[in-house]
Ligand binder design. Structure first.
Ligand code: SAH
Length: 203
């Protein structure tokens, strides 16, 4: 598919991630008005003033997570559900939280209709994470944070990665935090991105 070639040209190297992305019908995850452009490397509105991430952003975040079959993954910011499907197709057990009830309901229904009913969706504030189901092998934040939330880091398993964009409202740096065997946290950065804001509370 042409979108995957574009992503390869943009430097995406993880073929497993591209394969999973090519199996998710992106045109079903965004506003109908934008359907014909769904396979371009562009972010689009999904309702409730939110967007489905640009494919390059999805590919980058997913590659950084290094998903292994059976990984328990927490996604913060369900949005359209597209990213959750990519994680699921890579073999993850996906737990995804959304703070906006309108999106939560619409996406939960869509995931069921498309056969992704095993993805567990939650209406809640992602700042709290999901302590009931912690620890998670991988944690992914798909909204732009201003700082690293302690709650999320504390729900990360040993050996696990937490991928989160951190910055101001115009631009965020992609961070990956890894909990090492000795208990230390390793941090790495991977360039600048632009996300919708990570907001507190549910709506
Ligand atoms: N992963 C999504 C991207 C959606 S955009 C996709 O594949 O489409 C980011 C989403 O994060 C928005 O839907 C927004 O409502 C949600 N969000 C922002 N702050 C949040 C919070 N504190 N808890 C849960 N979700 C949040």
């Amino acid at each position: 598919m042409q979108l995957m070639d574009t992503l390869r040209q943009e430097g995406v190297r993880d073929e497993r991630v591209l394969d999973a992305m090519s199996k998710v019908p992106r045109h079903l995850f965004l506003d109908k008005a934008f359907e014909e452009w769904a396979y371009q490397n562009v972010a689009f509105p999904i309702g409730c003033a939110q967007t489905i991430s640009q494919p390059l952003t999805v590919a980058t975040q997913t590659s950084l997570l290094d998903i292994r079959k059976g990984d328990k993954v927490l996604e913060v910011g369900t949005g359209s559900g597209y990213q959750a499907c990519v994680l699921f197709l890579l073999g993850a057990k996906v737990y995804s939280i959304e703070r906006q009830s309108g999106l939560y309901e619409k996406t939960d229904q869509l995931l069921r209709e498309l056969g992704f009913g095993l993805i567990r969706t939650f209406l809640g504030d992602g700042y709290a994470g999901l302590p009931r189901f912690a620890p998670f092998d991988k944690i992914l934040v798909t909204a732009g944070a201003t700082a690293l939330p302690d709650n999320l880091l504390s729900q990360l398993a040993i050996g696990g990665h937490l991928v989160i964009p951190i910055g101001d409202e115009d631009s965020q740096t992609m961070w990956r935090f890894t909990r090492l065997e000795n208990g230390e946290i390793r941090s790495e950065t991977f360039g600048q991105f632009k996300f919708v804001p990570f907001l507190k509370g549910i709506q």
